[in-house]
Ligand binder design. Structure first.
Ligand code: SF4
Length: 85
């Protein structure tokens, strides 16, 4: 039974450290790209991104975005919360 969007997260079986690169530049770009590849196949990426934006999550890859990308997105109106939140 699905109780929360995280139940469907594509990263549930991935190494959590993959989603928290030490940087978003230089050698860490490969790690960022690998994490984003997992997010690209995630059925709840939009829920994840909406949560990260609402929570002001300042670290890690969430919904296929880096912290810098989320800072840019926060300049825009927030996406509406999905019905199951
Ligand atoms: S979008 Fe990425 S970080 Fe978010 S739940 Fe899916 S795989 Fe995990």
């Amino acid at each position: 039974m699905i109780e929360h969007w995280t139940d469907l997260a594509a990263c549930r079986s991935a190494d959590p450290e993959l989603f928290f690169p030490v940087s978003t530049a230089g050698p860490a770009l490969d790690q960022v790209a690998e994490a984003k590849q997992v997010c690209a196949s995630c059925p709840v990426a939009s829920d994840c991104l909406a949560w990260a934006l609402r929570a002001g999550e300042s670290a890690g890859i969430w919904g296929g975005t880096t912290p810098d990308e989320r800072r840019y997105l926060r300049l825009k109106p927030l996406p509406a919360a999905p019905a199951w939140h």
